[in-house]
Ligand binder design. Structure first.
Ligand code: GDP
Length: 298
């Protein structure tokens, strides 16, 4: 589908016969290709700019090791920089449960991003793999049948859901969920909040209120890996207004190259912790920076 960046850079540098340090001209030409590859991989423009600046600084004057070509050298610098910005050698780390029970995990994001599905996937993993007692609650009182959807997923995956009481608002439900979890001896409470088509003020106010009511230990932004250029605004807004602790990136099974992972981490400094790789309940994986760097590079 795409010509890989490695191939393109090798093409540029093939005409260079000399070895030694990379000159500013060599690097500038490579930078154009790198910029194009990142944009094709759906990395947001401001992040593309800061990324290429960092790579340029590392590359100009860098000594080309004898055993590799200048093209390979630049590809290595780009790869290393990508991995660093995606979290280095660490794995996304999954969910942090290191707090007194019941630990609240608040899931936030836009409508259709995969919030409910991801809530249920995480709850299933915590229940089955980590042997935690998990209670899920849907705080989405806007979308018809949202609460019912979570209940059905809970039944399918052997995870309890908070009984639905018609007429309650998100904050009331959050408080009820915390009380029920305390009384019921649950380890974890997953709060699946309502989304909107776009970020708006009422959504941010609602998220802040729910946060104040439940005092969550984790606030995970669920974002669609295919959102590309919009990912930066999304992550920035949620982080500034609500304060996220991490990101769950859905639809990584799609055709996208995963540039949103780089964009969102670059602007928030918060890690992508998990990725969704399908519609099924078990399609949830840890985030490996190296794998995503390879995917972005193509
Ligand atoms: P919400 O409105 O944010 O709660 O979104 P939903 O959880 O209802 O998900 C919207 C759609 O995206 C559903 O059809 C899900 O099955 C689908 N979905 C969620 N996560 C993934 C994923 O990682 N991969 C794929 N292919 N589909 C997903």
């Amino acid at each position: 589908m795409f010509e890989s960046l490695s191939d393109r850079l090798s093409g540029i540098f093939d005409k260079l016969t000399g070895r030694g340090a990379l000159s500013e001209n060599d690097v500038n030409e490579a930078m154009r290709e790198i910029r194009r590859a990142l944009i094709e991989a759906d990395v947001a423009l401001p992040v593309v700019r800061s990324f290429t600046d960092k790579v340029r600084n590392r590359a100009v004057g860098a000594e080309v090791v004898k055993s590799i070509t200048p093209g390979q050298m630049v590809v290595k610098i780009v790869h290393d920089q990508l991995v660093e910005m995606l979290g280095g050698d660490s794995v996304g780390g999954g969910i942090d449960l290191n707090a007194p029970a019941p630990v609240a995990i608040m899931m936030v994001g836009l409508q259709g991003s995969g919030k409910t599905t991801t809530t249920s996937k995480i709850a299933r993993r915590l229940t089955q793999r980590d042997k935690r007692k998990v209670l899920m609650a849907s705080l989405d009182t806007r979308r018809p049948a949202a609460q019912e959807q979570l209940k059905v997923l809970g039944e399918q995956n052997g995870v309890d859901t908070l009984p639905i009481i018609e007429g309650q608002g998100p904050v009331e439900i959050a408080k009820r969920a915390m009380t029920a979890a305390r009384l019921g001896g649950y380890d974890v409470v997953m709060l699946d909040t309502a989304g909107r088509i776009h970020i708006d003020e009422p959504l941010m106010v609602e998220m802040a209120e729910v946060k104040a009511a439940a005092n969550p230990h984790e606030i995970l932004l669920v974002a669609d890996a295919l959102t590309g250029q919009d990912a930066v605004n999304l992550a920035q807004s949620f982080d500034e207004r609500v304060g996220i602790t991490g990101i769950a990136l859905t639809r990584m099974d799609g055709d996208g190259r995963g540039g949103a992972a780089l964009s969102m981490q670059a602007v928030t400094g918060k890690p992508v912790k998990l990725i969704g790789t399908g519609e099924k309940s078990d399609a949830l994986e840890d985030f490996y920076p190296k794998r995503i760097a390879d995917r972005i590079l193509g």
